[in-house]
Structures are given as structure tokens and as C-alpha cells.
Design a protein around this ligand. Structure first.
Ligand code: ZN
Length: 657
């Protein structure tokens, strides 16, 4: 366990609150301590209120903030005296507790204080730090966990049996702290949950956290349970994309909406999923209650979604009648899948969610394997996990956030995505919540967007093998294919037919037509499995209906592509795949419109370049963004019942009209 405190860095944080920010970030930086919004910290500060009276304020992590990136504004200021009075109550239901926390803040706009605020308030130290350290949850999730903790720490920590986070936990911590703490006590271990440290300064409280967790790691090390053996050379199975897309479709059906599913041939996940004892060790429960709301109670083993759903419903029915009030299942779909051929798959409504679930499960695998080495991973009883999973406060967290974007959970593939209309279409699709796979010959495609919902692949689409490999890679990355935008194309230099070489003719047809046939053929079985139906948009051209002199190869290739799309509309309609075409014109912010091409085209019409650019009825220039927005809308509900259509976007053209 590395202590990350740095004097130089610390100097930039002056005052009690800023130092709280600094050491919170240090905790957040170490993923073996806290993950994605997990853990919380606080500091007690005496301040003068508007009446000039002194009062102690508890600054405690607010909801929606991550320790790694927290700022002073992420710590909610609550009046300590009120919190201490609340801690004396016999009982306080959670919704009322949250109301009390919110109505006793000194800044109305501050975030909702952590549900562990009262616990922080009762600990008589200025700084309090709380994490869900891997080492602690590995040890406490074993049969004789408490005995091991006592052996490791003696009286330097107070041990708290498992109680669900909230008021009851705060009360028990306060009671046990009063009863068992002595001058050696520097922390508190919460069974099956995590650890607290506390002190009078930010540095000391942080140092103590590192020291305490370090001791747990040393203990695991002494039991040969810390360093996990590296997975051996694992043969990853040849999995075809259709199998992956089928699984994702079944999961989306169970969830009631399209979901993304990430998978990789990474050996750790495969090794774990192929263990002989996987059906025991993976089916205990989460490592800490903090994870259950994201990962659900248990991962799915294999690909039988119907069986998982049935089992989940049974678990719910068994426990729900005993719950304080009737709760509802939001959805029955798994979030983690362990499959001997696919390895670890993570399911989320967005790529960001799936990545968070992946992080959590990577740590969960460590925790399970370490606890197994200690003699057996034993998570909380199903009853306790149920209480957290269907906890009002957690349910409220899941429900908020309003309407999801229109393409949430869906996957689009765009060719020729590094520039022009393709690039603009990627942006429009991302903006509406789709995860996007961008293909282009230009290596810049790989770094077009640095975000989880974008995956750029450098690929020559006229090479059949490269194209198929790229699709497989894309499906591995996001789980399937819902939307296909056929945009890549070339526009060769202007040549009259009598001077047009066979070489240029073939190259143009190869890229603009043949490659799209391969793409459509490969994508068809995947689009068929799209949870909300497949959608294809073809970027055609005005030249289909109104060709120009000097563009024989281009016009012929686009006209043939247009015909291909019309046949696809006939063939694929019964598969719930719709395919529509846009015919743009006068779009000059794309890669094909070099100065040379522009001048040549203008000459062909006997116009200047300026005249040529606005040669449409409305005298407007059409941008790549305009086309991209139309393409994206054509994949949405507005065009839900349209297929085989051709729509011009060209400012009006006499020959087309
Ligand atoms: Zn916690």
C-alpha cells in the first residue's frame, strides 16, 4: 500500500477544507481503496455564522462526487450539533434522515450529504476517512473474518458487525466506539463493508488509512493470498460476432431497453470464468454492499438469460414479502456475465456504465480469489444484499437523471468517419447517446474522440478481411450493431468517358459499391439482432438522379449503390431492418472537395467556384453537419415506419425536383 502524500503537492492546499480535498483525492487515486463514487470523507470546522455565532460544521462528501476528482464544493456543510442530536434518536427512517441532512446544511445549493454523515459526526475526530479497501473486504468476506481482523489489528481498530449503511449503522458505530475505543484506536473495520480511519489532521488520518490497509495487505501476503498467480497462457475461443450479438439481444430484452455489452479476450476474465469452482465462488454476492446497485447481486454464468431472469425473479419473490414495503424490480437483466468462451462481459445502459461495472468486477475477482486462498469467499446473506439492492435511497439514485438520450444502449458503425459527413455523423450519433464505431483509412480515426462510447478502427474497407475483422472487433467492444451508416466513398478527378481509364472505373466501383456490399452482407445478421430493429442509412448523391458530365465512375457507383439499397429494403424489411438513402449536394466541407476538384466541377458547368458552391434553388450551402443531423434523425423514431426512401438534402435542385 503506497502512501501518496507529497509535501510539495500538499502545499497547494491551504486550510482545513482544502487539505480535506487533497487527501480525499489521494484516496480516490488508489483504485484498490475506492472505486467510482465509493467511500467518503469528512472534516469538522468551526465557523462563524451570519449572526456572528460560532458553530461546528461537518463537511462531508456529497452525493454525485468521486473522491478522485472532488473539490471543496463537493463537500456538503451540515451543522454538527444537529447531527449529534439526531444520533441520539432511537430510530430514524432513511427518507427522513436525508431530509434532516439536507435541511441542516449551511449552503442551500450544496449536494445531498452522504448517508454516512451521522456516522462521521459521531466520531470525535476532526478528520474521518472511509474506504472499501480490497484487502479489508477480502478478509472480512471469509468465514472467520472477524477473528482474522482482531488478530491483525488488536485494539487499534473497533470492529463493527455488518449493518446496512444508514442510521442504524451510525448508531451501532457510535455505541461500539464509546464502548471499545481506547488511546490506541485509530480506525474502525466494518465487516463485509470497509474501513474508517480518523485523526486530528488530514495527513494523519490519511496516513492511518494507508497504515491500516497496508497491515491487511501484509497479512494477506503472509498467507500467500495477496499476489495472485498470473493466469496461464489461455487459448481464447473463436467466438463469432453473431453469438455475442445474440447474447446482447437477450439481455436487452430482459432489461426492457437496448444495452451495451463489452467483452474482451483478456485472459484474466477467461481464466476466472473457466475455473472449476466458478459456480460456487462467483455466486456468493458482491464484495461490498456499495457495489450491488451497479453489478446486481450475482453475475450470470454462461448465456442462458431466461434461466438467470427466472432465478432473479425467484430471489426477489422469496425476499420481497418480508421487505418493509413492496418494491419493484427495475429490470432483471444481468450486469456481469462470466462465460467460458467470452470471458468477462459487462453490461450497461451506456459505455461509461459498462466500463464502471468492468472496473468493479475486476476488483471483485481479486477479492474473491484472495478470500478463496484464505479458505473461502463468503459474502453477506441474500437477505442483507436484497435490503441494499432494494433500498429506497439507492433506487432513487437509479431512477433520477431524467429521460435517457434517444440512442442510449445502441451501437452505430460509420464508415469514412475521420472527416466530412462521416465525422459529423459520428458527433451527431454520440450526441444522441449511441456508442459509435468509426472506420477510416486515416489513422486519425483512432483518436477522433477520447471517450468510452467511441471506438475508432483504422481499416481499408475495400479489403474484405480487414472489414470483417473490424466488425468483429467493434462487436467485441460494444456487443452488437444497431445502426449502419455507409458513408465512405471516393470522388475521382473529373474525366470524360472517352478518357476514363478502366483502373479508375474499377477503383471507384470497388470502394463506392463493392465494399458496401461486403459490409451490408456482414452486418445483416447483426442488424437482425438489434433490440429496437436495425437501421441503415446510405450516403448517396445528387448524381444518382441528376448526374454531371465528367463524373461517370462516381455517378454510376452511387446509382448502383442506390439500387442495392432499394433491394435491401425489400429483402430486409421482414427482419425489422430499414434502409434509407440521403442524396446530399453542395456539401463543400468534405475531404473530396479539394480546390482542384471544385475548379474542375465548376468548369464543367461553366461557372466560377463561388457560383458553383451555391448552385441550388435556395442558394444555400449545405454543411456536413446538416447532412449528419438528417442521417441521425433517419435512424430515430421520426422515420420508424420508412424504408427504401431517398431524400435529397441539396438546397433544392431543378433536375431533382
Ligand atoms: Zn461505505
Amino acid at each position: 500500500m503506497k502512501n501518496l502524500w507529497n509535501e510539495q503537492e500538499a502545499k497547494q492546499f491551504s486550510g482545513d477544507l482544502n487539505l480535506r480535498v487533497y487527501t480525499s483525492r489521494l484516496l480516490g487515486r488508489d483504485k484498490s481503496l475506492v472505486l467510482h463514487g465509493g467511500g467518503n470523507t469528512s472534516v469538522k470546522i468551526i465557523e462563524k455564522n451570519i449572526l456572528g455565532e460560532e458553530e461546528t460544521i461537518l463537511y462531508v462528501k456529497g452525493s454525485g462526487w468521486d473522491l478522485e476528482t472532488i473539490e471543496a464544493a463537493g463537500l456538503s456543510p451540515v451543522r454538527l450539533s444537529h447531527l449529534l442530536k439526531l444520533s441520539e434518536l432511537d430510530a430514524l427512517p432513511d427518507p427522513q434522515m436525508v431530509n434532516e441532512l439536507k435541511t441542516h446544511m449551511t449552503v442551500a445549493s450544496a449536494p445531498t450529504p452522504s448517508v454516512e454523515a451521522i456516522l462521521h459526526a459521531t466520531l470525535p475526530f476532526k478528520y474521518v476517512d472511509h474506504t472499501h479497501a480490497d484487502a479489508i473486504v477480502s478478509i472480512t468476506n471469509t468465514a472467520n473474518g472477524q477473528q482474522r481482523i482482531e488478530e491483525i489489528y488488536g485494539d487499534s481498530v473497533v470492529v463493527i458487525p455488518y449493518v446496512m449503511p444508514g442510521f442504524d449503522l451510525a448508531r451501532i458505530c457510535a455505541e461500539r466506539f464509546k464502548k471499545y475505543a481506547n488511546e490506541n484506536t485509530i480506525g474502525m473495520v466494518l465487516m463485509n463493508h470497509g474501513i474508517f480511519s480518523f485523526a486530528e489532521t488530514a495527513k494523519e488520518s490519511y496516513d492511518r488509512m494507508i497504515d491500516l490497509v497496508g497491515r491487511a495487505e501484509e497479512y494477506l501476503n503472509s498467507q500467500q493470498a495477496w499476489e495472485l498467480p498470473a493466469p496461464g497462457a489461455i487459448e481464447s475461443s473463436a467466438v463469432n460476432s453473431v453469438e455475442i450479438a445474440s447474447l446482447r439481444r437477450d439481455i436487452s430484452e430482459a432489461a426492457g431497453c437496448p444495452m451495451l455489452m463489452t467483452s474482451s479476450d483478456e485472459s484474466r476474465g477467461l481464466d476466472f470464468a473457466r475455473r472449476n469452482d466458478i459456480s460456487t465462488i462467483s455466486q456468493q454476492g458482491p464484495a461490498t454492499p456499495d457495489h450491488v446497485i451497479r453489478t446486481k447481486r450475482l453475475p450470470m454464468l454462461g448465456r442462458d438469460v431466461a434461466a438467470y431472469v427466472k432465478e432473479y425473479q425467484q430471489y426477489f419473490d422469496d425476499l420481497a414479502p418480508q421487505a418493509k414495503e413492496k418494491k419493484t424490480i427495475l429490470d432483471r437483466a444481468p450486469r456481469v456475465v462470466l462465460d467460458p468462451d467470452l470471458g468477462l462481459c459487462c453490461v450497461g445502459r451506456s459505455a461509461k456504465d459498462a466500463a464502471i461495472i468492468n472496473d468493479i468486477y475486476q476488483h471483485t475477482m481479486d477479492v474473491i480469489l484472495r478470500a478463496t486462498t484464505l479458505g473461502g469467499f463468503r459474502a453477506l446473506p441474500a437477505r442483507d444484499i436484497f435490503d441494499v439492492e432494494y433500498w429506497d435511497l439507492e433506487q432513487a439514485k437509479l431512477k433520477k437523471g431524467g429521460q435517457p438520450p434517444p440512442f442510449a444502449g445502441e451501437i452505430a458503425l460509420v464508415t469514412g468517419a475521420a472527416s466530412g459527413i462521416g465525422k459529423a455523423t459520428v458527433s451527431s450519433l454520440l450526441q444522441r447517446g449511441a456508442a459509435v464505431i468509426g472506420l477510416d483509412l486515416d489513422p486519425a480515426i483512432e483518436s477522433l474522440h477520447e471517450r468510452k462510447d467511441y471506438f475508432g478502427i483504422c481499416c481499408d474497407i475495400s479489403d474484405e478481411q480487414q472489414l470483417e475483422a473490424a466488425i468483429t472487433q467493434g462487436v467485441r467492444h460494444f456487443g452488437g450493431l444497431d445502426i449502419l451508416v455507409l458513408n465512405a466513398g471516393i470522388f475521382p478527378a473529373s474525366k470524360r468517358i472517352h478518357e476514363l481509364s478502366s483502373e479508375i472505373w474499377r477503383k471507384t466501383l470497388n470502394i463506392n459499391l463493392d465494399a458496401n456490399l461486403v459490409l451490408m452482407r456482414t452486418a445483416h445478421p447483426l442488424l437482425k439482432l438489434a433490440p429496437s430493429g436495425g437501421r441503415v442509412v446510405i450516403i448517396g448523391s445528387k448524381n444518382v438522379t441528376a448526374p454531371g458530365p465528367g463524373a461517370a465512375a462516381y455517378s454510376a457507383s452511387k446509382a448502383a449503390l442506390n439500387q442495392l439499397a432499394r433491394v435491401a429494403a425489400l429483402e430486409w424489411g421482414p427482419d425489422n431492418i430499414r434502409i434509407n438513402t440521403v442524396h446530399p449536394d453542395c456539401v463543400f466541407d468534405t475531404a473530396i472537395w479539394t480546390d482542384e476538384v471544385l475548379q474542375a466541377r465548376a468548369r464543367n458547368y461553366g461557372l466560377t467556384v463561388e457560383e458553383y458552391k451555391k448552385k441550388n434553388i435556395m442558394k444555400v450551402e449545405v454543411t456536413s453537419h446538416d447532412v449528419a443531423e438528417l442521417v441521425t434523425e433517419m435512424c430515430g423514431p421520426l422515420f420508424a415506419k420508412t424504408t427504401g426512401a431517398q431524400l435529397p438534402i441539396d438546397g433544392g435542385n431543378e433536375r431533382v425536383i
